[in-house]
Design a protein around this ligand. Structure first.
Ligand code: FAD
Length: 351
C-alpha cells in the first residue's frame, strides 16, 4: 500500500450535514480537519435544485418546532425558512375510490427553507477553512495503526488522530474496507442498520401554478394503491415553484413505466391537470452509490438507530460515528445528524 503522506488531527468521512457540522465544530476548536467526500457536491441526503421563486428539494425538506439544532444552524447561517402551508383538505386513494376528507389529516406544523435545505450544507462548507473539503474523494479503506488511523482513498493515504465516520453505518461497512478491525458486534449492528430514506424515491411534479389550492386541497394525500404512497405540497413560499411530491419504494421506481404510472395516479387523485406536470423529477435514493448499499430495501430493523455502540468511540477511542442513523434522538432527521455530529466532535475534543 501507498505510505501515508499527510497527517491531520481529524479526517471526517462524508460532507453531508453530519460531517460538515462535526468539521465545523472541530475546526472552530483549532483542530486540523479535512473532510473527504465521495460525491462531487456537499450535502448528501440534502439536495436542492434552484427554481423560479425558490427551490425544489430532492432530499430533506421539513423541520419541526421541537428541533432546536437545525433552527439554530439556520439562524447562524442566515438560511431563511417559512412555515409549511397546511390549509386545505386531504385526499385518500384506495383501489375502490378516491375520497376527500375535510382538513389536513396528515401534516403537522413544520417549516421549510426558501432556497432549499441544501443551503445549510453549502453554508457550512463555505465557512470551513479553504481546501478543508475534498470532493470526489471516496474513502476506500480505514486501518488502525500504532499511532492513529490510516484513511485510504484511490490515490492517497491520510493519517489521522481521529476519524469521524459521517456516513450511514450500513453504507460504511459496505463501501469501506476495515480489514476485520471493527469489533464484531459493532460491525454486525452497522451491517443491519437501515439507511433513513435510502430505500425511497422522491418524485416531484412541477406545475405552472398550485391549482389544487384553488380547489381547497392541501396537496396532502395518502394512497393504498401507489406507486406514490403519500403526497404533499412542497411549493415555494408564495406557491412558486408549484410542486407536488410523493414517496415511492425504490423497487417500484426502478420498473419500466413508473413515470407514466405516477402521472396517472396524480391525475386520479387530484385533477386531470395533475397528470401533466411541466416537469417530473425522480430522485431514487436507493440507486445512489454514496447513500445506499445494494440491499438497502432489506434493511428494516429501525430499533438499531441510535444503538449504544454508536455512542462511544472505537478503535482505541479514535473512530467516531457522525451520521443521523447513529443519533440517540431524532435519528433519521437532519436534527439527528446535527446531534450525532456534536457528540462526535465532543468525543474527539475530550479524547
Ligand atoms: C427523500 C428524503 C427526504 C427526507 N426528508 C427529510 C425531512 O423532511 N426532514 C429531515 O429532517 N430529514 C429528512 N431526510 C433525512 C435527512 O436528509 C438526513 O437525516 C440527513 O441529511 C443525513 O445527514 P448525514 O450527514 O447523516 O448523512 P448523508 O446526508 O447521507 O451524508 C453522508 C455523506 O457521506 C458521503 N459518503 C458516503 N460514503 C462515503 C465514502 N466512502 N467516502 C467519502 N464520502 C462518502 C455521501 O456522499 C454523503 O455526502 C430525508 C432524506 C431523504 C433521502
Amino acid at each position: 500500500m501507498t505510505q501515508p503522506y499527510e497527517t491531520h488531527d481529524v479526517v471526517v468521512v462524508g460532507a453531508g450535514i453530519g460531517g460538515l457540522a462535526a468539521a465545523t465544530a472541530l475546526a472552530a476548536a483549532g483542530r486540523d480537519t479535512v473532510v473527504l467526500e465521495g460525491r462531487g457536491r456537499v450535502g448528501g441526503r440534502v439536495l436542492s435544485i434552484p427554481a423560479e421563486g425558490g427551490a425544489m428539494d430532492l432530499g430533506a425538506s421539513w423541520f419541526w418546532d421541537n428541533e432546536p439544532c437545525i433552527a439554530q444552524l439556520a439562524e447562524d447561517l442566515g438560511v431563511e425558512s417559512f412555515p409549511h402551508r397546511l390549509v386545505g383538505d386531504t385526499m385518500f386513494q384506495t383501489s375502490e375510490a378516491v375520497q376527500r376528507y375535510s382538513g389536513n389529516l396528515v401534516e403537522g406544523p413544520s417549516r421549510r427553507f426558501v432556497n432549499g435545505t441544501d443551503g445549510l450544507a453549502r453554508g457550512m462548507a463555505a465557512r470551513l477553512p479553504a481546501r478543508a473539503v475534498r470532493l470526489n474523494t471516496p474513502v476506500t479503506a480505514i486501518r488502525h495503526v500504532a499511532d492513529g488511523l490510516d484513511v485510504h482513498t484511490a490515490d492517497s493515504v491520510l493519517r489521522a488522530g481521529h476519524v469521524v465516520l459521517a456516513v450511514p453505518p450500513a453504507l460504511a461497512v459496505a463501501r469501506i474496507d476495515f480489514d476485520g478491525q471493527l469489533p464484531t458486534e459493532l460491525a454486525k449492528v452497522a451491517r443491519f442498520t437501515p439507511v433513513w430514506m435510502g430505500a425511497v424515491a422522491k418524485v416531484l411534479a412541477r406545475y405552472p401554478r398550485p391549482f389544487w389550492r384553488e380547489a381547497g386541497l392541501a396537496g396532502a394525500g395518502v394512497s393504498r394503491v401507489g406507486p406514490l404512497q403519500e403526497m404533499h405540497d412542497i411549493s415555494g413560499p408564495d406557491g412558486a415553484p408549484a410542486v407536488l411530491f410523493g414517496f415511492a419504494p425504490t423497487q417500484l421506481a426502478r420498473r419500466t413505466g413508473f413515470e407514466d404510472q405516477v402521472r396517472a395516479q396524480l391525475a386520479a387523485v387530484y385533477d386531470p391537470a395533475a397528470g401533466e406536470p411541466t416537469e417530473l423529477l425522480v430522485q431514487d435514493w436507493g440507486q445512489e452509490e454514496w447513500t445506499s448499499p445494494d440491499d438497502v430495501h432489506r434493511l428494516t430493523t429501525y430499533q438499531l438507530f441510535g444503538h449504544d455502540l454508536y455512542q462511544q468511540p472505537t478503535l482505541d477511542g479514535r473512530l467516531h460515528w457522525g451520521s443521523t442513523e447513529t443519533a440517540p434522538d431524532f435519528a433519521g432527521h437532519v436534527e439527528g445528524a446535527l446531534i450525532a455530529a456534536e457528540r462526535a466532535a465532543h468525543a474527539v475534543l475530550s479524547g
